[in-house]
Design a protein around this ligand. Structure first.
Ligand code: AMP
Length: 711
C-alpha cells in the first residue's frame, strides 16, 4: 500500500490550514475525506493512502468531535458502533417483498429457462450474469442519502431490524456519495438497496479457530457465520466478525433513473457500495453458459463463498413484463453449482461406539477444505457401506458435502491405491470395553452388547443431558467424559447422586502451569447442580426420549406418552398394545418391551423415581387448555429467525394448542410453516397443494389461535 498520506487526498495543504480554524467545516471535510478513502478501499479495491494515514484522519476527526459533541452526527464514520442495543430485534415489514430465486440445477435446466424467456420476448433479451454470493440477504434503506435502516430477509415479508449491527460493517456506506444523487429520481426521498452480507473465507477460518480454542461449537459454514454475526445483541461483536457486503439490487427500480440491472450496478458502485466485479452482460445463451462454467472453475480461488450464478433479464421494463411467481421472480434464475468435491488421503478408519452400542466406522482424513469448511472426519455408516464403496486405509478418496453441510466419502480413486492396501474389517472386539461384538441376524449393524461399556455410557449420558431430552445445561463431553473415566458415573440415574462439593473437586485430567491438577471449580459445580435439579421437572415424554431406547425418537416418545401417560402403564403394555400407538411399528414396540424387561434398566428407573424425576405425564394431557388446533397436523421447515424460537419450541407451542407436529410432509399435512431458507419440505408442500404459513402467520396463530384467511 502507498505510504504517502497526502496522495489521493481531496484537500490541499492550504485548504486544510484554513479549515482547522472552523471546526464544523474541518469535521465535515474530514468525514468526506474518510468516506472517500473508504470508498476507494472497499468499493474500488484501490486504496491510495496507507492504513496508518487513514487511522490518523480518523483520530483527528474523533478528537474534534469529542471537543465539539454538538457536531456529532450519526452518519459520521466515527459513529459506526453506537445507537441503541435492543434485547430483541424489532420486526420490519418489507414494503416490497424479498423474493427467493428459482433454481436451475444444471446447464440443461438453465437452457430451459433461457428458452422460455426467449419465447416470451420473441428473442433472447440481454442477460446480466452475477455470482451468487453465499451469505445472508440484507435490505438497506437510505433516506435523504443517509442509512436509516438495515433489515434481514426473514420470511420475505417481514425481517428483523439489524441496523446497529450493519452500521459496523465497514463497506456499507453510512451516506450515499453525493456524486450518485443525480442518478436518483427523488434525491431527497427513500431508496432501499439490497444485497448479501457475507463472511470472507479467511475470517471464517479465524472465527472457527477461535471458537475451537474457547471450547465453543464452530459454525458449519460462512453463510451461517454471517447470519449469526448479523443477529448479535452486541454490535461490537458484529464489528469484530469482519463481515462484508455485495450489493446488487434495488427494491423499487423507479427510484433510479437507470432502466437496467447493468445501470443499477454502475450506480451502486458510484454511490459507494461494494459491488461484485465479476459480472457480465451476455447476449447469447452460449455466453451465459460460459460465464457459469468459468465461475464454477474459479469458485475455489475466490476469497468468499459462492454457490452459483444468478442470471437476470437486464431491462427493468422486461422484468416487469415477466413478473413474479408466488416465490420468486420469473425474470431471474439461480444456476446452482453441484456440491463441491475434493480429493484427500484416507489416513485411517476408526470405530465409534454409539449409545445403543452400534459400532460406526469413521473415515479419518487428511484435513481438506470443502465448500467452506475443513473436513477431517466423515462417517462411513457401517461395514456394508465400507465394502460397497471399497475404501481402504491409504486410499486417495473423493470427499463431498451432502447438502453442503455433512461431509461424505464418495469412493476411492482406484489408480492411486497403494499396493498393500487391504480391505477393511470391523474389529471383533469393542474398541472401548474390549468385549466381543455381535451382529444380529438380518441387521447390518455390528454392536457391543456389554452393559459396562464406557463409550456407550458416555453417549447415553450425553443424550440424557441433551437439549431435546433432560436439557442439563453445561453437561458436555468433557465433564461427562471425566465423570465416566473416573468411574463416578455409568448410568443416567447417577446424575442425581452427584453433589456440589464433589463436582467442584472433579479432576479435569489437565494440569495448570505450576503442575497442580485443574479442577472443575465451585462456580461451575453450582451451575451444574442447579441444572440437574431443574431437569427433574422435565415432562415424562422427554424422560422417555432421554432413556435412549432403540428407535424411540422425540416424536415417538410423545406419541407413546399420549397413550401411556405413566411409566407403570408403559411397563404393563404388551407389544400389541404398543403397536396400536400412532407411529409405533413392531421394531419400536419390541425395543420398548425389551427395555423395560431388562433388570438393569428397571433398577435405573427405580433410582430415577427415588431421585424425583418425572415418570408420569403430570399435565394430564395438555388437553386442559383450549385446543383450537385439535385434528390439524403441522410440519415446520426452515429456521424461525423472527421469533428466535427453535423449531422444537414452536412445535411444543403448537402441540399445546392441540395440534400434531410431524417431521414429513404428506397429503395429510394440514399446514407447512416455512421459516427462512426452507428447503425440500416447502417444495413438497407446494407440489401437494398443502397450504404454507409464514413465520408471521405462525406467531399470529400462537397468539390468537386463529389461522390466516384462505390464501
Ligand atoms: P435461495 O436462498 O437459494 O433461494 O437464493 C436466493 C438468494 O440468493 C437471494 O435471496 C439472495 O439473498 C441470494 N443472492 C446471492 N447473490 C445474489 C445475486 N447476485 N443476485 C440475486 N440474489 C443473490
Amino acid at each position: 500500500m502507498d505510504t504517502n498520506p497526502e496522495q489521493g487526498s481531496l484537500l490541499d495543504a492550504a485548504q486544510q490550514a484554513e479549515l482547522t480554524s472552523d471546526p464544523a467545516a474541518r469535521i465535515e471535510a474530514l468525514r468526506r475525506e474518510i468516506e472517500h478513502h473508504t470508498y476507494l478501499y472497499y468499493a474500488l479495491d484501490a486504496p491510495t493512502i496507507s492504513d496508518a494515514a487513514f487511522d490518523s484522519l480518523m483520530r483527528e476527526l474523533r478528537a474534534l468531535e469529542q471537543a465539539h459533541p454538538e457536531l456529532i452526527d450519526p452518519s459520521s464514520p466515527t459513529q459506526r458502533v453506537g445507537g441503541s442495543v435492543s434485547d430483541q430485534f424489532t420486526a420490519v415489514r418489507h414494503e416490497v417483498r424479498m423474493y427467493s430465486l428459482d433454481n436451475a440445477m444444471n446447464l440443461e435446466e438453465l437452457d430451459g429457462w433461457m428458452e422460455r424467456i426467449a419465447e416470451e420476448f420473441g428473442t433472447l433479451p440481454p442477460l446480466d450474469c452475477e455470482l451468487k454470493i453465499d451469505g445472508s440477504s440484507i435490505a438497506l434503506t437510505y433516506e435523504n442519502g443517509l442509512l436509516v435502516r438495515a433489515a434481514t430477509r426473514g420470511d420475505g415479508t417481514t425481517g428483523e431490524d439489524v441496523t446497529a449491527n450493519v452500521r459496523t460493517i465497514a463497506d456499507v456506506p453510512l451516506r450515499l456519495r453525493t456524486e450518485a444523487l443525480s442518478g436518483l429520481t427523488h434525491p431527497e426521498g427513500t431508496i432501499e438497496l439490497r444485497g448479501e452480507v457475507y463472511m470472507p473465507r479467511r475470517s471464517f477460518e479465524k472465527l472457527n479457530l477461535a471458537a475451537e480454542a474457547n471450547g465453543k461449537a464452530p459454525f458449519a459454514n460462512p453463510r451461517n457465520a454471517a447470519a449469526g454475526s448479523l443477529r448479535q445483541k452486541d454490535p461490537l461483536i458484529t464489528k469484530g466478525r469482519d463481515l462484508s457486503t455485495f450489493i446488487y439490487a434495488v427494491a423499487d427500480e423507479r427510484a433510479l433513473k437507470t432502466t437496467t440491472q447493468w445501470g443499477l450496478l454502475e450506480w451502486l458502485r458510484e454511490a459507494g457500495f461494494h459491488v461484485n466485479p465479476d459480472v457480465r452482460l451476455c447476449t447469447t445463451a452460449q455466453e451465459v453458459r460460459e460465464f457459469c462454467e468459468e465461475a464454477l472453475a474459479h469458485r475455489a480461488d475466490l476469497p468468499y463463498e459462492i454457490d452459483g450464478v444468478v442470471v437476470k433479464v437486464n431491462e427493468f421494463a422486461l422484468q416487469t413484463q415477466a413478473g413474479f411467481t408466488s416465490r420468486a421472480p420469473r425474470w431471474a434464475i439461480a444456476f446452482k453449482f453441484p456440491p463441491e468435491e475434493k480429493t484427500t488421503l484416507l489416513r485411517d478408519i476408526t470405530v465409534q461406539v454409539g449409545r445403543t452400542g452400534v459400532l460406526t466406522p469413521v473415515a479419518e482424513l487428511a484435513p481438506v477444505s470443502v465448500a467452506g469448511s475443513t473436513v477431517a472426519r466423515a462417517t462411513l455408516h457401517n461395514l456394508d457401506e465400507v465394502h460397497r464403496k471399497d475404501v481402504r486405509i491409504g486410499d486417495t478418496v473423493i470427499v463431498r458435502k451432502a447438502g453442503d453441510v455433512i461431509p461424505e466419502v464418495l469412493g476411492p480413486i482406484a489408480e492411486l491405491r497403494p499396493a498393500d492396501a487391504l480391505p477393511w474389517q470391523m474389529p471383533t472386539h469393542c474398541p472401548s470395553c474390549g468385549s466381543r461384538v455381535v451382529q444380529e441376524e438380518g441387521e447390518v449393524a455390528v454392536r457391543c452388547i456389554s452393559i459396562d461399556c464406557p463409550a456407550q455410557s458416555l453417549e447415553r449420558l450425553l443424550h440424557w443431558a441433551s437439549r431435546g431430552a433432560l436439557d442439563i445445561d453445561g453437561m458436555g463431553e468433557e465433564i461427562v467424559g471425566r465423570l465416566v473415566e473416573t468411574g463416578r458415573m455409568s448410568d443416567v440415574a447417577d446424575y442425581y447422586s452427584l453433589d456440589e462439593e464433589e463436582l467442584a473437586l472433579l479432576d479435569m485430567g489437565r494440569v495448570s502451569k505450576d503442575g497442580s491438577p485443574i479442577r472443575l471449580g465451585k462456580t461451575m459445580a453450582a451451575k451444574l447442580i442447579a441444572a440437574i435439579n431443574e431437569s427433574r421437572q422435565r415432562p415424562f415424554a422427554r424422560v422417555l426420549f432421554g432413556l435412549g431406547i432403540r428407535h424411540v425418537g422425540k416424536t415417538t416418545a410423545e406419541a407413546i406418552v399420549s397413550v401411556f401417560p405413566s411409566v407403570e402403564q408403559l411397563v404393563a403394555a404388551d407389544e400389541a398394545a404398543l403397536v396400536a400407538v400412532d407411529g409405533v411399528g413392531p421394531k419400536v414396540a419390541r425395543g420398548i418391551h425389551e427395555f423395560f424387561r431388562t433388570p438393569d434398566n428397571v433398577q435405573v428407573i427405580e433410582r430415577l423415581r427415588a431421585a424425583g424425576v418425572c415418570l408420569a405425564d403430570t399435565t394430564a394431557s395438555a388437553a386442559e387448555g383450549p385446543q383450537p388446533l385439535a385434528g390439524l397436523t403441522f410440519v415446520l421447515t426452515g429456521s424461525l429467525t423472527e421469533s428466535g424460537m427453535t423449531r422444537d419450541e414452536a412445535g411444543d407451542a403448537l402441540k399445546a394448542l392441540g395440534a400434531k407436529v410431524s417431521g414429513s410432509v404428506s397429503k395429510k399435512t394440514s399446514y407447512v410453516v416455512a421459516g427462512e431458507a426452507a428447503g425440500s419440505k416447502l417444495t413438497k408442500a407446494e407440489s401437494l397443494g398443502v397450504p404454507v404459513l409464514s413465520e408471521r402467520d405462525l406467531l399470529t396463530l400462537l397468539q390468537t389461535g386463529e389461522l390466516p384467511a384462505e390464501q
